[in-house]
Structure formats: C-alpha cells, structure tokens
Design a protein around this ligand. Structure first.
Ligand SMILES: Nc1nc2c(c(=O)[nH]1)N[C@H]1C(S)=C(S)[C@@H](COP(=O)(O)O)O[C@H]1N2
Ligand SMILES: [Mo]
Length: 525
C-alpha cells in the first residue's frame, strides 16, 4: 500500500491515470451522444463486434467451451482490460511527448470510427458519437496532463514551511487526483445516462409486447403424453423462452420494428419477392415444435433448446420466387451482417423450414430474432437459423460463403446424433441404491430409436425412451440404476432412425459439430 502510494506520486503514474480518465471520457461522451444514433455506433459495441468478426474458429470454439453463453461478458471484460492498459500507455506517452500522445489518441479514434462505419446497416453519420468522444477525451487529457509538466519542474518544498503555499507539489497532486476522480465519476454518470436514454428512446420492447400473433392455419401436432423423462431433474421437454440458449455475434441486440422489417428474396430466381411483416401476418402460418442445436455445443453441452415455432414455410416463399436451375443454396443474411448458407432443397422439402415470428406462443424475444428469424429442422443454427433475417439470396455453394464458413467452419451443417446425461450431474455424490439416470438425445429429421447406458465396463444396457413427439424434436430417456458404493462412470449413446449408432469418435465442434460419447463420473456413498 505504501509502495503504491509512493508510486502514485510519480508523474508518469499520474499521467497513466490521466490517460484512463480521458479514455473514460471518450467512451462516456460517445455513449451519451450515441443514444441518438444506432446502438451499434458506440465504440465498445463496434470494437467488440469487429473483434468478433475477426474471430478464428479455434477462438470461437475456445470462447464457447470456456465461457459458454457468457462469452459476451468475457469479451467485455477482456476489452475493458485492453482499453485500460492502452489508456495508461497513451497517458504516459502524452505526458512525455504531447504530440505523440495526440497522434495515438487520434489513431485510436480513427480505428474506432473505422470499426463503427464498417458495421452492417450503419450510416456514416453514426461515426459522430466517436468523433465527439475523441475530441472531449483529448481536451480532458490536456487539462489533466498540463499541471503534471509544471509539477516535474518544482522542487519538493520542505514539509514544515507551514503556511499554505498553493503551488506546492503536494497540493497540485491532490488537485490532480481530485480532478481525475471527478472526471472518472462524471464519465460513469454520463455513460449510465446514455444507457438509460437509449433504453427510453427505444420502444422496440413495447412494440413486441403489443404484437398480437395470429392463429396458425395449421396448428402444431399435440404433444403426446410421456415426452418428459420420469427422472427428476431432466430439462423440461419444451424450453421456456427465458431459458433458451442464446448464441450469436450480436453484442447489442439488433432493433428492427415489425413495421420496418422487410425481407428481400432475390438472386437466382425468376421473380424477386419482397415480404413485409403484414404479409406474414396475413399468410397461412404453421406452428411446429423444433429442437434447435448449436454446432459449438460440446459433447454433453446445453446449447440446444426445443420450442414451438409459429411461422411461414420458406417453401411457400420460394414457390413464388421460383429458383432457377443450378441454384443449390440460400444465403440468408441478418440486419447485422451475419449470414448462413442453407441447402436449397432443405428449404423446399416437407420438413417445414420457416420464417418464424412466434416462439412458444409469444412474439420472438428480441435476443432470439424479433421480428423474424429462420428455423430449419435438422441443421445446426450457424447454417440455418438466421435471426433478424432480412435477405434471402438464392445462389450456389460454389459462388458464396456464409459468415462462419468464411471463418473456417463447414459450409453445411446437418446435426449429429447426440445423447446427453443430465442427472446425476457430473461429479455428483449420490446415495447407494436405486438412482434414476436421465437425459435427452437428438438426431433431428432422423429421430432417436434407442438410447443405451454403460456403467463402468459393464455391457451396454437399453434405457427407457420417453414418448417420441416427432423426428425433428429431441427425445428424453431414463435408466434405473442399482448403484453400489464407490466411483462410477456413466456413459451414454444413442441410435438414430436410420439405425446408425452415435459414433464414439471424438471430434471438436470445429468445423462441423462435436461427436463422441459423454462420460459422467459420479461417486456413490
Ligand atoms: N443474426 C444472427 N443469427 C444467428 C446467429 C448470429 O450470430 N447472428 N447465430 C446462429 C447460431 S450459431 C445459432 S446456434 C442460432 C442460435 O439461436 P438462438 O440464439 O435463438 O438459440 O442462431 C443462429 N442465428
Ligand atoms: Mo451455433
């Protein structure tokens, strides 16, 4: 502590603090003024999004494996540390050579502006918050650093001279710390104000709540009794919207009102089609239970969810557009520049791929694609489930690459057969005697016909399958185990509707989905 205090008296350390205060001003002024521009225009969101766009497959895989659906929070923490360190360095540089410091700040500002204006559907004027923030940051940096230069040239006054001497280094130091502190606190207030202001100016949540979904022309098949595993603790067969996993590249949820939404269907088609939200409301909608799965889901992971989706079959839209011969892919693009490549035939067959507007009886939640997303049974989300979708280009795999394919993931993504143990949990301690093992398995479009459990090195034994609702939803299972004291391993594997047993070949999620058998260690007491 003493050392820290002594170190803080060093003008260079004070300059570093000035840099941090100036950076806080840059960000908060941009946040506050950014409330009047698109959310994606603020420096942190734009920089973070640009960083995500440059994420190689191994890094995405690592981030999801390490942080799961908290990957965005982890990114913000990482960015915060990076900005903090850069600000310290720039503060010291500005103190030593002001012109160089200014050049550094302007360079940073330029990088941020570049990352703002290159975002999808961002206008050049959206750079204004960053420009204002950078100017304010430079002014504050100058105001904080100038007294430090004087400080350097003053000899330390003897402590016992008594009378107030305004220019004593101790006094100017105190003034400096007060000024820097006030700046940081003020920046915090401005940033919070900016947040509140953006939230108040956005009425997207209200519009969503006010939206009345139409009744489907074709209702979902009734969910048969017995889909839920009898083993206590297995995930609900229908995932509530609030618990549904969320995976996307969007640091701030794109905001499109239903009124502004329009879908353009173009490319290798006889007729370009444009759809408004009203067109969707007026169409014959269908409702269907579909289990979505993320390609980044590790063996035994929980990046999968099952919901009742309401939407228009994409088949119907394609019928109107009439794809030309030679087309084999539809590239769907979201308002924020994500894209997915889906085989054309998958969108035309009877599996009911849809432009969804409803999820479990509610309008799509904002994070799950409001107002319209794609839902395609049987394919991982990264090649099919485009949220906030605004564009369908009928094209060819040979001509176009989707977002994750450009970054090293596969161009196609059929879902691999997977069984997972949900109870008991990994490393759980359970009492000896009868233990209910249970979990979920999926092989969308093929269905699950068998789940087997292996305890330690005993022979594989068949689990009891819960009722099957359809081939495009997951299927639960349970297994009664007579548990004896000691450590035990529980392994699980599924067989799909084609008779194929889930492979034991371990594969990482990159490039086209994880495989292998899950093994759970439990201790019986
Ligand atoms: N616009 C957009 N849509 C997207 C993504 C994205 O990054 N941006 N990610 C996809 C991926 S990888 C998956 S697994 C699903 C996840 O959908 P969910 O968040 O509703 O579960 O959305 C897909 N749709
Ligand atoms: Mo995904």
């Amino acid at each position: 502590m003493k050392k820290l205090l002594k170190w803080l008296k060093d003008p260079a350390a004070m300059a570093a603090l000035a840099g941090v205060a100036a950076a806080a001003v840059v960000l908060s002024v941009a946040e506050l003024t950014g409330a009047f521009f698109t959310a994606r225009a603020t420096p942190v969101i734009a920089l973070g999004s640009t960083f995500i766009d440059f994420t190689p497959p191994w890094m995405k895989d690592f981030a999801i494996a390490t942080f799961g659906t908290n990957d965005k929070a982890a990114l913000f923490v990482g960015m915060g540390l990076t900005i903090f360190l850069l600000a310290c360095v720039l503060g010291v540089v500005a103190y030593r050579r002001w012109a160089l410091g200014v050049a550094g700040v302007l360079l940073m500002g330029t990088v941020i502006v570049a990352s703002v204006v290159t975002r999808a559907s961002v206008k050049p004027l959206d750079a204004i918050p960053t420009v204002l923030g950078t100017i304010a940051g430079l002014v504050v940096l100058r105001l904080l650093i100038a007294p430090l230069w004087r400080l350097k040239s003053w000899p330390e006054a003897p402590a016992d001279t008594g009378a107030a001497e305004p220019d004593r280094p101790a006094t100017s130091r105190r003034r400096f710390f007060a000024a820097a502190g006030i700046t940081v606190v003020g920046a915090g207030i401005a940033a919070t104000g900016g947040r509140l202001l953006s939230a108040a100016r956005s009425n997207i949540s209200k519009a969503r709540e006010a939206l009345q979904l139409p009744a489907p022309a074709k209702a979902a098949a009734a969910v048969p009794a017995g889909v839920q595993s009898p083993a206590a603790g297995v995930t609900p067969w229908i995932t509530p919207n609030g618990d549904f996993y969320r995976i996307d590249t969007a640091l701030s949820v794109p905001e499109i009102t239903a009124d502004d939404w329009e879908l353009r269907v173009h490319g290798l088609v006889e007729e370009e089609v444009r759809l408004t939200f009203q067109d969707l409301l007026d169409a014959d909608l269908i409702e269907s239970h579909v289990t979505l799965t993320c390609v980044s889901n590790p063996v035994g992971g929980n990046l999968a969810g099952n919901a009742r989706w309401l939407g228009l079959p994409i088949r119907e839209v394609l019928k109107r557009a009439r794809p030309k011969d030679g087309a084999d892919m539809v590239l769907s693009t979201s308002i924020d520049g994500f894209s997915a490549s889906t085989p054309l035939e998958v969108l035309q067959d009877d599996r009911d791929a849809m432009l969804a507007i409803g999820m479990n009886g509610e309008p799509l939640p904002l994070e799950h694609g409001y107002p319209v997303r794609m839902v395609v049974p049987g394919l991982y989300g990264f090649v099919s489930a485009t949220k906030w979708v605004v564009d369908l280009e009928v094209t060819r795999f040979a001509d176009s690459k989707a977002y994750w394919t450009q970054r090293g993931w596969s161009e196609r993504g059929p879902i691999k057969t997977m069984a997972r143990v949900e109870v008991p949990k990994s490393f759980a301690k359970v009492p000896a005697g009868r233990v209910a093992i249970g979990g979920t398995a999926w092989a969308q479009t093929r269905g699950i016909t068998k789940v087997e459990v292996q305890i330690d090195n005993n022979p594989w034994a068949e689990a009891v399958l819960s009722t099957e609702a359809s081939l495009i939803t997951w299927r639960q299972w349970s297994f009664d185990w007579e548990a004896t004291p000691g450590p035990h391993y529980i392994k699980v594997r599924a067989t799909d509707g084609t008779g194929e047993v889930q492979t034991d070949q371990r594969a990482d999620p990159v490039p086209d989905g994880a495989s292998g058998w899950q093994s759970v260690m439990v201790t019986v007491e």
